[in-house]
Design a protein around this ligand. Sequence first.
Ligand code: GAR
Length: 223
Amino acid sequence: MAATEVQEKPQIVALISGGGSNLQAIIEHIANGIIDAEISLVISNNPAAKGLERAAAVGIPTAVVDHTEYDSRESFERELKRHIDAAQPQLVVLAGFMRILTPDFTNHYAGRMLNIHPSLLPEFKGVNTHARAIAANASQHGASVHFVTSELDGGPLVIQAIVDINQDDTAAGLAGRVLQQEHIIYPIAVKWFCEGRLSLDGNLVRLDKQPLPIQGIAHRVTS
Ligand code: GAR
C-alpha cells in the first residue's frame, strides 16, 4: 500500500424494523473500539422504528424504505438494494429486520449478510419463538447468528447463545434474557467478520480458515 493511501474501515449497513437494541449493541462496540468498522447507513422498513432514533443520535445516516408503499416484494427490495449498494458495504447486518427476503436479494448478498434470530436454530424458525419454546417444554432456548441464505432462518450458523429455560418462565421474561445474550453474540460475529476472520465457503462457515461445527460456536450462559 502506498504511504498516502488510507485504509478504510469495513463499512456496515444495518437493516432494522423495530427497537434496534442489537443495532445499539453494535454501535457501542464500535464506539468502544472493540469492533473496528463504521456503520454507514441504517435502513428501516418501518418509519416508526426506534432504532432510527438510536442511529440518528450518534450521527449515522438513516433511510426508510416503507414496504407498505410498494406493490410487490421485488419493487420493495429493488429500492432496498439501491440504498444498500450505494453505500458499498462489506457487511449487511439484519438486526431485527422483520421482512421475508427473496432468493434474488439474499443471493446478491451471499456471504456478506448476517442475521440474528431468537432461537437455537434450526429449532423455532419464524416468530413467537420464546412462547413456542416454553410450550414445547424445551429445557434450553437462545439465539443464533447465521449467514443469510434463501432459506428463511436457515443459513449456516456462526454462533449460538444457549439460555436455560426456568420452570416458571414467561415468554417475556425468557425473551429479555435471550435479548441480553443477543447483545453479546451479535457483536462477536460482526467483529470476526470485520477482521476478515469469518467467511462463508459454500455451506461451510469458516473462522480463521477452520470450518465451524454445524451449530456454530456455542456461547453457554451459566445461570
Ligand atoms: C431480536 O430478538 C431479534 O433476534 C429478532 O427481533 C428482535 C429485534 O430486537 N429478530 C427476528 O426475530 C428475526 N427473525 P431489536 O430491534 O431490539 O434488536
